[in-house]
Design a binder for this molecule. Structure first.
Ligand code: SAH
Ligand code: SF4
Length: 377
């Protein structure tokens, strides 16, 4: 269910769907291609700038579509690593999109790596016990236009910040991660339609293999995604290597326990031929024991997956504790000793994870123009 604004977002259209609407309104269908040449390569902010279109078509577009997309209320630089864009949707809901400017530990030397983290829902129904996004439940799904618009806004901001790179647009970024607010696979159709725009030559032309979708483990949707002929990468938020531990912190495990999740992940990995990522938040005395490390290693080996360890970021009001550095090291060493490739995003990761996983609390505060960094920092 998505909110229905008065005017649909132009960023929710494809050349085919826009062509059909143009034809219905008596305009030539081929004009859609001209509109798209402005929309993504040039990030046009209105129909008025589309100077090769006749005036009557420009006013028809203005009357029938919203071009501005999400409204950027503010930019917050949480550190030298992350920049958050607080965005207001047409119904007043707030979401954040994050630009992460540093490499993740172990991934590469190039300091200029840039990743964009996008949201797919307002709130989240999955209620993981450590996550700020799920604290107040699910409000609604984002529309296709709202998902795409987050990327358009990032490009517009970067166009201003670095005009020399403006011609590159989204291509100047290294990765897009669907790890912001919400469970992406619970808004499956809108997510896939938005990612089609991200990937298509008529859209952003951004390689599917540079896009990672993160899920808490919605098994039927993982299987559905495995059947699609798309090259997006998948990250699974595991956070527990046994049902017992996982259930304590992730209610989704009751519906889709590991006996279902692991085979589904295997099918995905097999059909896509790409390495999966298993995300594992380390929470003291919940999942940071050596026994969990060994069981996690067994799962990772079975799936040929890479493990991404994320020390828990404190969320106000929640009881969990981030393990000491000694315990974090002990865990990662055990994994590596068992032949698993694992990264531990520790130093800069603190901000990065706050950016990607703890949106809701921060956004509410930010509206009050509170410039404070994430709760965990
Ligand atoms: N719903 C999807 C994607 C959004 S959450 C999912 O769960 O995978 C993105 C990532 O942030 C997940 O791995 C999530 O577990 C993590 N995350 C949430 N709260 C966190 C916290 N307090 N500390 C560290 N990581 C957190
Ligand atoms: Fe939802 Fe992901 Fe947060 Fe769980 S971790 S509540 S699935 S956003």
């Amino acid at each position: 269910m998505a909110f229905k604004p008065e005017k649909p977002s132009i960023h929710g259209e494809t050349p085919d769907s826009l062509g059909a609407r143009l034809a219905e309104a008596g305009h030539p269908r081929y004009r859609a291609g001209q509109v798209f040449a402005w929309l993504y390569p040039k990030r046009a902010e209105s129909a008025e700038v589309m100077t090769n279109l006749p005036a009557n078509l420009r006013s028809w577009l203005t009357d029938n579509y919203d071009f501005s997309g999400t409204e950027v209320l503010g930019k917050k630089t949480a550190s030298d690593v992350t920049q958050k864009l607080l965005q207001r949707l047409r119904d007043g809901s707030l979401i954040e999109t994050v630009i992460i400017r540093a490499p993740m530990e172990g991934v590469g030397q190039d300091k200029s790596r840039r990743t964009i983290c996008i949201s797919t829902q307002v709130g989240c129904a999955y209620g993981c016990k450590f996550c700020a996004s799920g604290l107040e439940g699910w409000k609604r799904d984002l529309s296709v236009g709202e998902i795409v618009s987050q990327l358009v806004q990032v490009c517009r901001i970067e166009d201003q910040a670095d005009p020399a790179r403006a011609a590159e647009g989204l291509a100047s970024f290294d990765n897009i991660v669907v790890m912001g607010m919400g469970e992406p696979l619970a808004n499956y159709d809108n997510l896939l339609a938005a990612l089609k725009t991200v990937n298509a030559a008529w859209g952003f032309g951004f390689g599917a293999r540079r896009v990672t979708i993160s899920t808490s483990g919605v098994v039927p949707k993982i299987l559905k995604l495995a059947e699609e002929d798309l090259g997006f990468r998948l990250a699974i938020s595991l956070h527990g290597a046994t049902n017992e531990v996982r259930e304590q912190i992730m209610p989704v495990n009751r519906k889709y326990p590991l006996e279902q999740l692991i085979p589904a992940a295997k099918i995905f990995a097999r059909t896509h031929g790409r390495m999966l990522t298993l995300e594992f938040i380390l929470i003291e005395d919940i999942n940071d024991s050596l026994d969990q490390a060994r069981k996690l290693a067994a799962i990772a080996r079975e799936l040929h997956a890479h493990v991404n360890l994320i020390p828990y970021n404190t969320v106000q009001g929640l009881p969990w504790v981030r393990p000491s550095i000694t315990r974090q090291d002990r865990f990662v060493k055990e994994l590596r000793a068992l032949g698993v490739t694992a990264t531990l995003r520790r130093e800069k990761g603190h901000d990065i994870d706050a950016a990607c996983g703890q949106l809701r609390l921060q956004k509410e505060k930010a509206l009050g123009a509170d410039p404070s960094p994430p709760a965990a920092a």
